[in-house]
Ligand binder design. Structure first.
Ligand code: FE2
Ligand code: FE2
Length: 290
């Protein structure tokens, strides 16, 4: 049944708020490319579009493109501008109204920042940009469910953390969970396997068939982003549940195998890194508000 969703979904609407920023950037800024890259990095629907095009057979790249930086160099300035404009012209309608979509985009961006920080802090050499991209697009399946089931999904809080209970409810309603739907979409768009696995198993990294470090880091980054969001909105009671899910024995075991030290002290370090990045990027916060 859910194969129907995959066929239906080929692109995502961009949020009108960010569309306006992109339009202004394209029309007014001389130094458009760095500005556009910044905008693509904070609106994951744009990031998905850019990665999708860079991985399309049209460009004939043998090695798949897993980072936004590489996608920009494959596509070039005019292609990116054209993509952004086309997307804005044709796809601004249909996205949820209200503040939860902004909270959702913010959450995706925070998850990307933490995933990149964790990847950078490990003794093994990992491409931090690839983890940034994985964190940014991890919840793409939530938008997929939203688009294909507007009425049924409109009551769901799109930015809320998916506890095992919420995932179970999601499956009962849609016959698929957002993580696996996201994986199927990325497969359809021939994304690199690292991103496909990261998205598909970001709630169940222990079940990943290979490249487990990708979903594991996104799993941890997702929870740290949610802890930060809880702190910001004084929902402190949720923090203990999030930490409990993060420190579950099954997760600790695979983290140890992947040489990631999953300790409370590290959690605080990653959380503090996120806070300091956000404080030092006031221009990013301004992009999220009108
Ligand atoms: Fe998720
Ligand atoms: Fe998430």
């Amino acid at each position: 049944m859910h194969n129907g969703y995959i066929r239906q979904i080929d692109t995502f609407p961009v949020s009108p708020l960010l569309a306006e920023h992109v339009m202004r950037s394209i029309l007014n800024f001389e130094d458009t490319l760095p500005r556009l890259k910044q905008l693509v990095e904070i609106d994951f629907t744009m990031a998905v579009e850019v990665l999708k095009h860079a991985n399309s057979p049209f460009f004939g790249i043998r090695r798949k493109v897993a980072t936004i930086k590489k996608a920009f160099s494959v596509l070039g300035t005019s292609e990116i501008k054209q993509l952004a404009l086309t997307k804005i012209m044709f796809h601004t309608a249909g996205i949820r109204e209200g503040s939860d979509i902004i909270l959702f985009l913010k959450h995706s961006y925070y998850c990307a920042l933490v995933a990149q920080e964790i990847a950078q802090s490990l003794p093994i050499s990992l491409d931090k940009d690839e983890f940034f991209a994985a964190g940014l697009i991890h919840d793409i399946g939530k938008l997929g469910l939203d688009l294909s089931h507007g009425a049924e999904s409109s009551h769901r809080e799109i930015d809320a953390f998916s506890t095992p209970k919420r995932l179970g409810e999601e499956f009962t309603i849609f016959n698929i969970c957002h993580d696996r739907l996201g994986m199927q979409l990325l497969n359809k768009w021939t994304f690199p396997s690292s991103l496909v696995i990261a998205v598909g198993f970001h709630h169940t990294p222990a079940e990943a068939p290979d490249q487990r470090v990708f979903p594991l880091i996104v799993f941890i980054a997702n929870i740290i982003a949610h802890i930060y969001e809880c702190e910001q909105s004084s929902r402190n009671s949720e923090r203990s549940l999030l930490e409990e899910i993060l420190m579950a024995p099954k997760i600790c075991k695979i983290a140890e195998e992947e040489k990631i030290e999953l300790r409370h002290s590290n959690l605080e370090i990653w959380l503090d890194r996120l806070k300091s990045i956000i404080i030092n990027q006031p221009e990013i916060s301004s992009l999220f508000s009108s």
